[in-house]
Design a binder for this molecule. Structure first.
Ligand SMILES: Cc1cc2nc3c(=O)[nH]c(=O)nc-3n(C[C@H](O)[C@H](O)[C@H](O)COP(=O)(O)OP(=O)(O)OC[C@H]3O[C@@H](n4cnc5c(N)ncnc54)[C@H](O)[C@@H]3O)c2cc1C
Length: 603
């Protein structure tokens, strides 16, 4: 248990974990249990928060109580090994009384013993596995809140990572690098206590738990909050989830079904993006500059996609040596020997590792992390050119500024890097501006957009819009279990050049891919969208897995994305997806579901 809020002194890094005192009690022997011919099932009470299970002829009652506190803030005492703390039963009173009411035998039984021991927690309650950011051959395998249950799988995964350079399955959810500097001691304590208190509570889609927030904020945070923004944290960054400018969203009930109170305002945001113009503040993109005389050769080998010419940009993929998807980066070529890489907010430490571990050591390449130096405003919609042209003197006409190109545009707040690309599939620009330019830039765009009915947009709308276009999400849709061909990303692979993972892809081309990535639409809307990792069936045969699901406010349909065996990839194929235990009929679509020729992007 050498974690807690301690230093990993070997690496001189903090391990972002904390320790709580966790207890269970064992009752005296109960004759009724002794008389049973088979053991009782485990019982969990998700409301009062405890588990109850049979231990020989007794019960074990294990609460996740509400008044737990952080222990050992000054470090783990050297003499604690193998010890326990004295019982603290008062804290568990609500759970003990409740269990006694539900299972009267508990109320009658005496307590034989109490176990009160240290239990470690990371901010999300998951352990830390895998490499420490920036260090070679230093692996984490610690902070196990459920180490007895998790030990076998963790041992397998970490052994594979050390021996083979990757675990068999993608384990990003427990990768050490999922948390960055924002996971301070206080953040860790606040989040871990929240997780502990909710250990048995239901986790809902679109649940944005409040503890430990805000960490990183855009310069626009206060302004957008005043305009009715609700926020969610992604990779530590507060991002608007939706805007409620008129105070209409009064029902905040969480649900697995299509009932969220924000659906009306998100529908309006999607409508604005598709029919007029919408503006999104999206702080926290991972932004990395790669430069130097060796930059092209380095990236060309690391990335399987053809690198763009100067002034152009491309969505690009880095692969593992076995040809599976490692990183997704937008690569903008600023000069012959200078590239600007943009990735997901959560990928910062991961992608820095990918680049730094592969870069040449002869000084011919420099890597600069500029994530925190720039914000990004996303302006999208048929009126986006009209609006942006009021803010810049740089020509935005197609001939001068085509799709998948970039420019430093002149604005009254100075030069701003504009990328003609977006994640919603509309005419639009991503504006990467210095933090001190962001407020004025936002104000000017908002003012210019007023007569077009410009709408502030949040990430729930983006998630709906990207489903229409079948845009994949890193570590949701794309992970190390799949190759770019599995993911139907063939057009992003340049088989005419050499790159990491190519040999495996040559083999895959010869033998065929295991999967293909397809969009699907529900034949009947039903009342719930397809959850992450839902199984896809053809008759009784499991033929794939869904990796995204949600409501398209544009198509007015429930959409899912996922991997199916190649024989089921043809548009029109009828399949079924399991949604919360029930089969729903789906039809495979052609990618993309909306604007099939990408005319709107290029308009
Ligand atoms: C009351 C309670 C109930 C629990 N119930 C469950 C459950 O039902 N299921 C489940 O999966 N998990 C449960 N857990 C959690 C589980 O016990 C831990 O996750 C697991 O023990 C962690 O294993 P570990 O080997 O990482 O750490 P530990 O079991 O703490 O082992 C670490 C060992 O390292 C030694 N050590 C520490 N520092 C040093 C050092 N510097 N040098 C040498 N040795 C050192 C310690 O003495 C100790 O022996 C429970 C925990 C508690 C407190």
């Amino acid at each position: 248990m050498r974690n807690g809020v301690e230093r990993c002194w070997l690496s001189r890094r903090r391990s972002d974990g904390m320790t709580m005192a966790h207890q269970y009690l064992v009752t005296e022997e109960i004759p009724e249990l002794a008389a049973l011919s088979k053991p009782l099932p485990l019982l969990r009470d998700v409301d009062t928060s405890y588990y109850l299970r049979q231990e020989r002829h007794s019960y074990i009652l294990g609460p996740y109580e509400w008044q737990s506190t952080a222990m050992w803030l000054d470090g783990i005492p050297d003499d604690f090994a193998g010890k326990l703390w004295p019982a603290e039963l008062e804290r568990l009173e609500p759970q003990i009384l409740d269990a006694g009411e539900r299972v009267p035998l508990i109320a009658e039984a005496g307590i034989a013993r109490v176990v009160n021991g240290p239990i470690p927690y990371a901010p999300d309650g998951n352990p830390y596995l895998g490499p420490e950011r920036g260090l070679r051959n230093f692996f984490h395998c610690n902070t196990f809140s459920f180490g007895i249950a998790q030990g076998g799988g963790a041992g397998k995964a970490i052994a594979e990572w050390m021996l083979n350079g990757r675990p068999e399955f993608d384990i990003w959810g427990i990768d050490r690098r999922r948390f960055k500097e924002y996971a301070t001691t206080q953040y860790t304590i606040d989040r871990a206590l929240e997780v502990y208190q909710n250990e048995y509570a239901m986790g809902f889609p679109f649940e944005e738990r409040p503890a430990g927030r805000p960490s990183y904020m855009s310069p626009l945070y206060d302004k957008l909050k005043a305009k009715g923004a609700a926020f969610g944290a992604r990779g530590g960054w507060e991002r608007p989830t939706y805007f409620d400018p008129k105070g209409e969203v009064t029902d905040h009930t969480l649900s697995f079904f299509r009932k969220n109170g924000w659906r009306k305002v998100v529908a309006e945001e999607c409508h604005a993006a598709r029919n007029s113009v919408a503006l999104l503040d999206l702080p926290g993109f991972t932004k990395i500059e790669v430069a130097g005389p060796g930059a092209f050769a380095f990236l060309d080998n690391l990335i399987c996609t053809k690198l763009p010419k100067v002034g152009r940009l491309s969505l690009s993929y880095a692969l593992l040596p076995d040809g599976k998807l490692l990183s997704e980066l937008t690569v903008a070529r600023l000069a012959e020997d200078k590239f600007y890489l943009v990735g997901a907010a959560s990928s910062e430490w991961h992608d820095l590792d990918v680049l730094e571990m592969a870069m040449p050591t002869d000084g011919s390449v420099t890597i600069k992390n500029v994530t925190k130096d720039y914000g990004s405003l996303i302006l999208v919609g048929p009126q986006a050119r009209e609006v942006l042209s009021k803010v810049t003197t740089t020509s935005l006409e197609n001939a001068d500024f085509p799709w998948l190109s970039h420019k430093l545009i002149e604005t009254s707040v100075g030069k701003v890097l504009a990328l003609r690309v977006n994640y919603v599939g509309e005419l639009g620009w991503e504006l990467h501006a210095a933090n001190n330019q962001m407020i004025a830039l936002y104000d000017q765009i908002s003012a210019a957009g007023e007569k077009h009915g410009i709408r502030d947009m949040g990430i729930y709308a983006v998630d709906s819009l990207r489903l229409d276009k079948c845009y994949r999400g890193w570590k949701g849709d794309l992970e190390i279990g799949f190759s770019p061909f599995d993911a139907s990303l063939d057009r992003f692979v340049d088989m005419n050049k050499e790159f990491v993972g190519k040999a495996a892809l040559v083999e895959e081309k010869k033998n065929g891919s295991k999967y293909r990535f397809v969009p699907m639409t529900l034949d009947v809307d039903g009342d719930a969208d397809v959850p992450f990792c839902a199984s896809i069936f053809s008759g009784d045969k499991r033929v794939g897995i869904a990796t995204s699901g949600g409501w398209s406010f544009t198509l007015n349909q429930s959409v899912a994305l996922g991997y199916v065996f190649p024989e089921f990839e043809a548009a029109g194929t009828k399949l079924e997806v399991e949604i919360f235990g029930k089969r729903a009929a789906v039809t495979v679509g052609a990618e993309p579901l909306f604007d099939p020729k990408n005319d709107r992007l290029r308009s």
